[in-house]
Design a protein around this ligand. Sequence first.
Ligand SMILES: [Zn+2]
Length: 51
Amino acid sequence: MRSVYFHGNNKSRVFHDQGCRYFNCKNCTELFQNRQEAIQAGFKPCGICKP
Ligand SMILES: [Zn+2]
């Protein structure tokens, strides 16, 4: 079973990888298993963790 690799911020529409300090941010309620899934959902990669 695969775990969740990315969290997407519902407000800023930015997603983060597991190592990012914003991974568990307050608005990071969208869960993605891969990068493509996040991008297709309209999210952009975080500028800090660069997922
Ligand atoms: Zn990040």
